[in-house]
Design a protein. Structure first.
Length: 166
């Protein structure tokens, strides 16, 4: 098996849903990851429910060339605003919402120190507040999920096409 054969078989794009599923809109990333698992994605994509993040995700960041993270953000934008960022440093992440953001910032710092930072993409959705309990999304956030799914699929397709060109 040649090097190109291996690249075609190895998933090189990680779609990582981040958030606490039990805290309503804060669990948006996990909701999207669970939805995307049931879609016809290119074979180079692996979908992971990253939960509340942290160092247990380090192995995923080391294994993949591209990482697309989906998360909710308290960023003072209108509710449902989708933002695409390419964070290179922990400081590039939106303001911390909960304990999982602390773990993700630490993880990014560790990847930088180890010189193992993948091509990182962050798609956030602006939410109004943290809900303390419940697995249901608010109607406003639930209504924008198809748009988030489309934007995520377009990014995956763009990255997958680059992989084919290698």
């Amino acid at each position: 098996m040649g090097a190109n054969d291996y690249r075609e078989e190895k998933p090189s794009i990680l779609l990582l849903g981040i958030g606490n599923y039990l805290m309503g809109d804060e669990g948006l990333g996990v909701h999207l990851a669970r939805t995307m698992e049931h879609h016809d994605l290119p074979p180079c994509v692996e979908v992971v429910d990253g939960g509340t993040g942290g160092f247990h995700l380090l192995e995923y960041f080391e294994r993949f060339d591209h990482v697309i993270m989906i998360d909710a953000a308290l960023d003072e934008q209108p509710v449902g605003t989708i933002t695409l960022r390419r964070p290179r440093f922990a400081a590039d992440f939106p303001r911390a919402m909960s304990t999982h953001d602390i773990g993700m910032r630490d993880l990014v710092n560790a990847l930088q120190l180890l010189d193992r930072m993948p091509d990182l993409w962050l798609i956030t959705v602006s939410i109004e507040s943290l809900q303390q309990q419940g697995i249901e999304l608010t109607p406003e956030i639930a209504a924008m999920l198809p748009g988030l799914q489309k934007k995520t699929s377009q990014l995956i397709e763009s990255l997958a096409c680059r992989e084919v060109a290698l």
